[in-house]
Design a protein around this ligand. Structure first.
Ligand SMILES: Cc1ncc(COP(=O)(O)O)c(C=O)c1O
Length: 412
């Protein structure tokens, strides 16, 4: 397959790993440019799900039979893999969640509820996904704390000077995205974390869009909490990870009550289980977590540096090609960005663009991308977003550009 890249990354092999990329849609070969929404899954992940249900399906932590033991080992094995994947010092600092949204709500309703008082601040950035806005708004309503927001520049970068000015001893929680889903901006999270720590705030990083692209090291980032979703990093839907510093997790009250999160229950008093099980009430998505483990194995087996170089090269190619299309305006031109190309086409609503692209076999997302404040910042209601993963190629971008030509034919 011609890729047009000189990267040592074996793109043909990677593409062969993802069976769905051979799909035909509307009579055209699928061109999948919507991985920031959800990524496709390699055969090894599909195989892990199938193997789990065929050979290991049982409930975890509670039965004495072999299948339960297999299920427990696979589930706890994925926790260990997740810890290694983000270089967490201790697998006990990994809470298995249903996704990024779940992880952020968990932290807001446990750490946030126990910490915030009227007069305190929660500081976000203007770039955040609704998942990293609304849980904090709810928390502020509940506690009387104030939500503050660091603005962004025209390029789509957080205005770091303004961020520094907004930090104060009142700031108790800072919640920032590592990579913006709407614009692809990579934020300087280590610098922002150091500044937050200097005023005594605790930092949650939303890594949903970072883990599929960047090698994440929570110790190097000095994160207090780091959250991400499995489905955006080639794993199944309905699972995710909350990393928390062990001492913070220990101090937090439980989030949901139910089975598995308890050590003992009487009507007089319930004693909660130890961390991280205290936060994992009820039967979890065991198969999904096993699939997450397989996705981590997949990512760990490839050369991540070469994969990122490949993606960056495709993004640069896409950006250059898009600039040649008359009437396009790229939204978000951060100096550090990855994986996302958001744009508008003069005179054509993004939803119409998306519909024509779909008929040409090109899957993109259109709309606000769960980031309405970002759209408001640029005075627009929506963009077309082409988002990349390790399996995209120049040929995909050429198909996008050709399909945009078709949009012009249809809409004039
Ligand atoms: C930056 C960011 N944060 C949070 C989320 C929410 O993730 P999930 O829907 O998997 O919980 C997304 C999903 O698009 C995202 O891109």
């Amino acid at each position: 397959m011609a890729t047009g890249t000189l990267s040592p990354f074996d793109i043909a092999k990677v593409r062969a790993d993802f069976p769905i990329l051979r799909e035909v849609v509307h009579g055209k070969p699928l061109v999948y440019l919507d991985s920031a929404n959800t990524s496709q899954k390699p055969a090894s992940v599909l195989q892990a799900l199938d193997d789990y249900y065929r050979h290991a399906n049982g409930n975890i932590h509670r039965a004495t039979h072999l299948l339960s033991e297999r299920a427990t080992q696979a589930y706890e094995g994925a926790r260990v893999k997740a810890a290694r994947f983000i270089n967490a010092a201790d697998p006990k600092s990994i809470v298995l969640t249903t996704g990024t949204t779940d992880g952020i709500n968990l932290v807001a309703q446990t750490y946030g509820r126990m910490t915030l008082r009227p007069g305190d601040d929660v500081l976000l950035s203007w770039l955040e996904h609704h998942s990293n806005i609304v849980p904090w708004q709810i928390l502020c309503e509940q506690t009387g704390a104030t939500l503050r927001v660091a603005p962004i520049t025209d390029r789509g970068e957080i205005d770091v000077e303004a961020y520094h000015r907004l930090l104060s001893p009142r700031t108790k929680i800072v919640a920032i995205g590592h990579v913006s889903n709407a614009l692809g901006t990579i934020n300087p999270v280590r610098e922002m974390t150091d500044a937050a720590h200097a005023v005594g705030a605790v930092v949650l990083v939303d890594g949903a869009q970072a883990v599929p692209h960047l090698v994440v090291d929570v110790q190097a980032l000095d994160s207090d909490f780091y959250v991400f979703s499995s489905h955006k990093m080639f794993g199944p839907t309905g699972t995710g990870v909350l990393y928390g510093r062990r001492e913070l997790l220990e101090a937090m009250p439980p989030y949901r009550g139910g089975g598995d999160m308890i050590a003992s229950v009487t009507f007089e008093k319930t004693v909660y289980n130890v961390v991280p099980y205290k936060f994992e009430a009820g039967t979890p998505n065991i198969a999904g977590v096993v699939g997450l483990g397989a996705a981590i194995d997949y990512l760990s087996a490839i050369d991540r540096g070469a994969a990122l170089a490949h993606e960056d090269e495709v993004l640069a190619y896409a950006t250059a090609r898009l600039r040649e299309v008359p009437g396009t305006r790229i939204i978000g031109e951060a100096r550090e960005k990855t994986g996302v190309l958001s744009f508008v086409l003069e005179g054509v609503h993004p939803h119409d663009v998306g519909t024509v692209l779909d008929r040409e076999g090109v899957a993109v997302r259109t709309g606000q991308h769960c980031a309405q404040p970002v759209m408001d910042r640029y005075g627009i209601t929506a963009t077309v977003r082409a988002s990349l993963a390790i399996y995209n190629t120049h040929a995909d971008i050429d198909a996008l550009i050709a399909a945009l030509g078709r949009v012009r034919e249809v809409f004039g």
